[in-house]
Design a protein around this ligand. Structure first.
Ligand code: NI
Length: 173
């Protein structure tokens, strides 16, 4: 089932999310709903706070080849355990900040540890778009958005646009 995506600014997008203690069926259903919501948007990553749930859970699929099978990943309690000195700059966007994009520089490669959908501990290295996306999504779990990397002026400009968008949406009902 698709879930509504919160639009910035929203206090729930600024919260530190709680680690998941037990993988319940409810959490697995949430992960499935988040994947469905992400693919429908369409997007390449989504974090639980973006659907109003303050748990440490992210989903992503950065497979760019449209002829390749989808590569959905579900990560509970994801953690960056190592990061490269080398950096990469990508033009980032966010489903909670629709149609706004800006360059963000992050480590080019990261090692990430997480619990998968079955509760098994996984650790893997990511590069390219996957590395950027997984860092962007983990940031969400700490109440951090990609616009927090921009200058205060740019951040304010984008936030004002989002406030306007939300007012328009509210009027439309
Ligand atoms: Ni995002």
């Amino acid at each position: 089932m698709k879930r509504p995506i919160l639009i910035h600014p929203d206090p729930r997008l600024k919260k530190i999310c709680a680690p998941v203690a037990d993988l319940s069926d409810e959490l697995r259903l949430l992960a499935d709903d988040m994947l469905e919501t992400m693919y429908a948007a369409p997007g390449i990553g989504l974090a639980a706070p973006q659907v109003g749930v303050l748990d440490r859970l992210i989903v992503l699929d950065c497979e760019k080849d449209e002829t390749a099978p989808p590569k959905p990943m579900v990560m509970f309690n994801p953690e960056v355990t190592a990061a490269s000195d080398e950096t990469n700059t990508y033009e980032e966007g966010c489903l909670s900040i629709p149609e706004q994009y800006a360059d963000v520089t992050r480590p080019a490669g990261v090692q990430v540890r997480w619990l998968d959908r079955d509760g098994a501990l996984q650790e893997q290295e990511f590069g390219g778009l996957w590395a950027t996306c997984v860092q962007h999504e983990i940031d969400h779990l700490d109440g951090k958005l990609f616009i927090d990397y921009l200058t205060p002026l740019k951040r304010q400009l984008i936030t004002r646009k989002m406030q306007k968008l939300k007012r328009e949406k509210a009027r439309e009902g």
